[in-house]
Every structure is written in C-alpha cells, then in structure tokens.
Ligand binder design. Structure first.
Ligand code: SF4
Length: 63
C-alpha cells in the first residue's frame, strides 16, 4: 500500500503526525512531509487510522 496525500486539501493540522509519526512530519516551514510512502503490511492498520483521523480527508491509501 502507498500513502497518497492531496496537498490541496491538507490544512497541515498535524493529526496524521500524532497518529503515525514515522510516516508524517510537520516541517519547520509549516508543510507536511510524508516520510515514507510505502506502507508495510504490518503498519496498514496504523495508517488506516491516520487516514480516518484526517479532518480534511486529504489522505488515502492506494494499492
Ligand atoms: S491530518 Fe490531514 S490535514 Fe492534517 S496534516 Fe495530516 S494530511 Fe494534512
């Protein structure tokens, strides 16, 4: 699975970083960085939670 971030929807609220800090980081210049795009099978549940937690629906997982 891969993380797809729609930057046009992201409000850089950082909730994804709190849920999955190894995958997302709010940068010093106020952007969101996807640290790892590929999601190993044993981390899919964590990333699904991050996707559901994003208030602006900017995240999704793709095969
Ligand atoms: S939770 Fe959603 S809106 Fe917030 S930084 Fe992550 S992708 Fe952007």
């Amino acid at each position: 699975m891969k993380i797809i971030l729609d930057r046009s929807k992201c409000g850089v609220l950082g909730i994804c970083e709190s849920v999955a800090p190894e995958f997302f980081e709010v940068t010093d210049d106020g952007d969101i960085a996807v640290l790892r795009e590929d999601v190993p099978a044993d981390r899919v549940a964590e990333l699904e939670e991050a996707v559901l937690s994003c208030p602006t629906e900017a995240l999704r997982l793709a095969p």
